[in-house]
Design a protein around this ligand. Structure first.
Ligand code: GLU
Length: 294
């Protein structure tokens, strides 16, 4: 009998502020999904977007995860240290004519789907330009573990999307695909707000002949005004004084029904229970948003 591939999951926060309740919710879900299958759980810091990075937040994210008992395997990968890997792959894609240079400014574009103005132009190398991937009319089907079957028409819904921005920053869609492949990630658990990015990432995986991970997009947490809890909306950093109370609350929001007698249990005990009883089916109810009364 063939050995089953070990599960490799990951959490990939951007260091744009300290870890807040919403990102801890996602981290915990991805940790439990990996650990409940005896899998590895990796940590990657998505720090390519230097304009959005906030100094010190990578370190504070690591400390917070540690305090909450979410210990990762191996060493932390920083995207900013992999620039040469992305550039080399982009060169190969350019050589195979999978990409083209685009000089359009954001102002020129009125729709979210790029109409392909630069596709058949030869934008000079020394002109400021982004790199776009050529897409085709294919349909991308995938199964999300919670959201079910997804179908996207690539050229109509996404168009030729950017792999390297005009400011030379490698785009998230591209970096994530290269990194997940290099780290042999075969299970991606992340917030529902990234569900729409998945078809683009699957397209790149198909184009480059890479393995496609399993995807699970968990609900996102919003505040009482309807905004996603994110570092941009200045959601406060998660309190560090009582991690066990926060883990208990997160498990409740993950619909895991932790027993009341564990309410004041230490974090390792809570997490042991959660790994043993992890039941993502409880989240398979179509709920994509959890509103908190903060
Ligand atoms: N870095 C992204 C974020 O913080 C998540 C990337 C991913 O999970 O694919 O929103």
């Amino acid at each position: 009998m063939q050995d089953k591939q070990p599960v490799i999951g990951r959490f990939a926060p951007s260091p744009t502020g300290p870890l807040h309740f919403g990102s801890l919710y996602t981290a915990l879900a991805s940790f439990l999904e990996a650990r409940s299958q005896q899998g590895l759980w990796l940590l990657r810091i998505d720090d390519l977007d230097t304009l959005r990075n906030i100094k010190g937040s990578a370190g504070s994210i690591l400390t917070t995860l540690d305090l909450f008992g979410l210990h990762w395997d191996g060493s932390v990968v920083y995207q900013s240290l992999q620039q040469a890997v992305y550039d080399e792959m982009l060169d190969r894609m350019q050589a195979c004519q999978m990409t083209y240079r685009c000089a359009c400014s954001r102002k020129m574009l009125t729709s979210a789907v790029y109409p392909g103005y630069c596709k058949n132009q030869s934008i000079p190398l020394n002109a400021p330009h982004a790199l776009r991937v050529k897409t085709d009319r294919r349909v991308i089907n995938f199964h999300d573990e919670l959201q079910g079957r997804m179908t996207h028409h690539l050229s109509e819904q996404h168009g030729d999307f950017i792999l390297k921005r005009k400011d030379q920053i490698i785009a998230y869609q591209f970096a994530v695909v290269i990194d997940d492949d290099r780290q042999q990630v075969n299970q991606v658990v992340r917030g529902f707000d990234l569900l729409d990015s998945t078809p683009k990432q699957i397209y790149l995986q198909q184009l480059l002949g890479l393995a496609i991970p399993r995807y699970m997009h968990v609900p996102i947490i919003i505040d009482q005004h309807g905004y996603k809890l994110s570092k941009q909306t200045r959601a406060t950093a998660v309190g560090l004084a009582t991690p066990e109370a926060i883990i208990f609350e997160l498990l409740t929001l993950l619909k895991q029904q932790p027993p009341l007698e564990l309410q004041h249990a230490p974090v390792p005990e809570l997490l042991d229970w959660a790994v043993l009883h992890w039941n993502p089916d409880a989240l398979r109810n179509g709920q994509r948003i959890i509103r908190l009364a903060l």
